[in-house]
Design a protein around this ligand. Structure first.
Ligand code: ADP
Ligand code: MG
Length: 283
């Protein structure tokens, strides 16, 4: 038997609930320069509540598109997406999308606390001024920015700005947090710290996280499950249960043989596809 379990064959994680998102036979086509382009041609998957699911795959295979279909930011050409059993027909409340380029989504003229407070506009409940302020301070603290409440974005590092964006997304208490390569613009050490932060948040509050990354080691470090997509039209090439114990540790977890085996399995399948797409030796 293989040393690495597939998600369907893996042990049931006690933290996981029933399916919160179901992608059923999703088809997505774009027209590029007058030519039809099929990204998905009948993609299906079911995501359990409480998952930390990463989506990996070669560049351009449709990772971001899948996240946008799930969030309702982009309509499916055919098939359907269900969120808590209801069909997604537009931006769904209860799901928050964190974009890759945080500098474009942070307001430079607002302080940390004012940026975080902006997220309250999507909050389900009507809060008093005191409740709103307490909640802002709670999330600023959760992302490790206590003491920086009155700083402006230009006074913060890239990693700190990304923390502001995460706090602003979390403050409306989403059921699902969608993160598209959220750490690609920060240096390696900051990235490692932010990975630990996101894991701490996932273990502290009841949220399902869907995380897109091109970095398989990042995916293995964070996730309890990884879906690896093939080149377009993308299908699920691999669906891997990441049976490494939580809480995870940047040194100890990454030092395990099983961590390397999982990373190697995913990296080799993605790399071979990426390489096949760059057959021209001049590229
Ligand atoms: N709005 C769009 N219009 C036309 N083509 C698009 C659009 N968004 C994505 N695509 C195409 O769909 C494919 C998948 O894109 P994307 O989901 O961004 O890939 P990934 O995130 O895996 O790198 C790419 O070929 C891309 O050019
Ligand atoms: Mg992308």
């Amino acid at each position: 038997m293989s040393e690495i379990a597939t998600a369907s064959a893996g042990a049931v994680d006690p933290r996981l609930g029933p399916p919160i998102i179901e992608v059923r036979q999703a088809v997505k086509r774009f027209t590029v320069n007058g030519q039809p382009m099929t990204v998905f041609d009948g993609l299906s998957c079911s995501i359990e509540q409480g998952s930390f699911l990463s989506i990996v795959g070669p560049s351009g295979c449709g990772k971001s598109t899948l996240l946008k279909l799930i969030s309702g930011l982009e309509p499916a050409t055919d098939g359907e997406i269900l969120f808590n059993g209801n069909r997604v027909d537009g931006p769904a409340s209860g799901m928050i999308y964190v974009f890759q380029q945080y500098t474009k989504s942070i307001f430079p003229w607002r302080t940390v606390i004012e940026n975080v407070a902006f997220g309250l506009q999507s909050h389900r409940k009507k809060l008093s001024a005191k409740e709103a302020d307490d909640l802002c301070r709670h999330y600023v603290k959760l992302v490790g920015l206590e003491g920086y409440e009155n700083f402006y974005p230009y006074q913060l590092s890239g990693g700190m700005q990304q923390r502001v964006v995460i706090a602003r997304a979390l403050i409306c208490e989403p059921e699902v947090l969608l993160m598209d390569e959220p750490f690609s613009a920060v240096d390696a050490l900051t990235r490692a710290i932010l990975q630990e932060l996101v894991l701490k948040i996932w273990q502290t509050i009841p949220v399902t996280i869907l995380f897109v990354t091109h970095d398989v080691e990042e995916a293995v470090f964070l996730s309890n499950r990884i879906i690896s997509l093939s080149k377009a039209p993308a299908r699920i090439n691999d669906d891997v249960s990441i049976d490494l114990a939580y809480p995870r540790d940047q040194i100890a977890t990454r030092g395990q043989d099983h961590f390397h085996a999982l990373s190697q399995r995913l990296f080799s399948s993605i790399f071979l596809q990426e390489k096949a797409g760059h057959a021209d030796p001049q590229v």
